[in-house]
Design a protein around this ligand. Structure first.
Ligand SMILES: [Zn+2]
Length: 114
């Protein structure tokens, strides 16, 4: 399952941060998922619930998902435009030559630790 391995990679990131900054427990993690990414936030939450208990670091931790809006640069009108769907045309000029510049990534945005 795609989301399961992504969730495990998030836990590994948290473990890396814990080693670097010397905290022992994550209380809350805010995960940013771009609206244009192929990641399903509900599945991530579900997987995190299953994975978090395996490590004392994340046991009992809460996860919150933050959506990052999609953004693209239009090669036709030269504008940077908001984009809700990666297959949608430019909302300004209707052009199809869009280069996606935001909303594709998934990253740990913030966390509360102790
Ligand atoms: Zn355009």
């Amino acid at each position: 399952m795609h989301e399961m391995s992504l969730t495990e990679s998030v836990v590994r990131i948290l473990e890396g941060e814990a080693a670097r900054h010397g905290f022992s427990r994550v209380k809350l993690v805010r995960l940013e998922i771009g609206e244009l990414s192929h990641v399903d936030p509900e599945s991530i939450l579900f997987c995190f619930g299953a994975v978090a208990g395996r490590s004392p670091l994340t046991s009992g931790a809460e996860m919150k998902i933050v959506r990052a809006p999609g953004q693209a640069h239009c090669l036709d009108c030269g504008d940077t435009v908001p984009l809700a769907d990666r297959l949608a045309p430019c909302p300004r000029c209707g052009g199809a030559r869009l280069v996606i510049t935001g909303g594709e990534e998934m990253r740990v945005k913030e966390m509360e630790v102790e």
